[in-house]
Design a protein around this ligand. Structure first.
Ligand code: G3P
Length: 217
């Protein structure tokens, strides 16, 4: 399973990259706003800065919701860097735009996926990735993992190349369960990734090893 970090924070991206396990980055307009990135020029430079840190795909989301606007924005984003994947919302004009980008060899991430039907449609349009929002479904008492299971079955039935990018990951169990189901990619915060490192028995065991080593000195 590929590991993406879901942030626009350069320090956190560097930290994940330094761990040696990072395969890419996803951003969205909320994450960019959180970092105070304003204005078209600064936004573009920030995406380039991210691409220069990480060795992998970087999702950059369009703001437009009409076909012509999505195409114009997506072409400009894709031209910024070869690592850029154009993130397009799951709306009618978004599906049409994904088909266009696919025909031009521009990679896309169809975002805001909350149903298997949406995922199927985006895959048929030629999306490189589809992003089902696991945590946000859990937030409204709906099993997000069940959606990823359904999409896995559908994509396997028809051998779609589209990758399932499990998004809105909140904690380490989301990552483990996505890996068990067979999500191709997960994108989550640094806290969920580094939480995978921790286990109290590891800490106790290491303390014991070091104490026993010290006794032999
Ligand atoms: O980037 C899309 C998704 O990962 C958002 O996550 O935590 O805002 O639901 P969250």
């Amino acid at each position: 399973m590929k590991f993406f970090i879901d942030t626009a924070n350069l320090e956190q991206i560097k930290e994940a990259q330094d761990l040696g396990i990072l395969d890419g980055v996803t951003t969205n307009p909320s994450l960019m706003a959180k970092e105070g990135i304003k204005g078209a020029k600064n936004v573009k430079q920030h995406y380039i800065d991210i691409c220069n840190i990480v060795d992998g795909d970087v999702s950059a989301e369009v703001i437009s919701t009409d076909y012509d606007g999505i195409i114009k924005e997506g072409l400009a984003l894709a031209a910024l860097h070869e690592q850029i994947v154009v993130k397009v919302p799951m709306i009618k004009d978004g599906i049409k735009a994904i088909r266009y980008f696919s025909s031009k060899g521009i990679r896309t991430n169809c975002t805001l996926i909350f149903s298997a039907g949406q995922a199927l449609l985006a895959a048929k349009a030629g999306a490189t990735y589809i992003s089902p929002f696991l945590g946000r479904l859990d937030d409204v008492s709906t099993d997000g993992l069940n959606l990823i299971e359904e999409i896995r079955i559908i994509f396997d039935n028809y051998l779609f190349d589209t990758e399932i990018l499990a998004a809105s990951i909140r904690h380490p169990m989301h990552i483990i369960n996505c890996a068990k189901i067979g999500a191709d990619v997960m994108t989550g915060p640094l806290s969920a990734i580094t939480a995978l490192i921790k286990h109290p028995l590891t800490d106790i065991g290491l303390a014991q090893f070091l104490a026993d080593h010290a006794k032999n000195k």
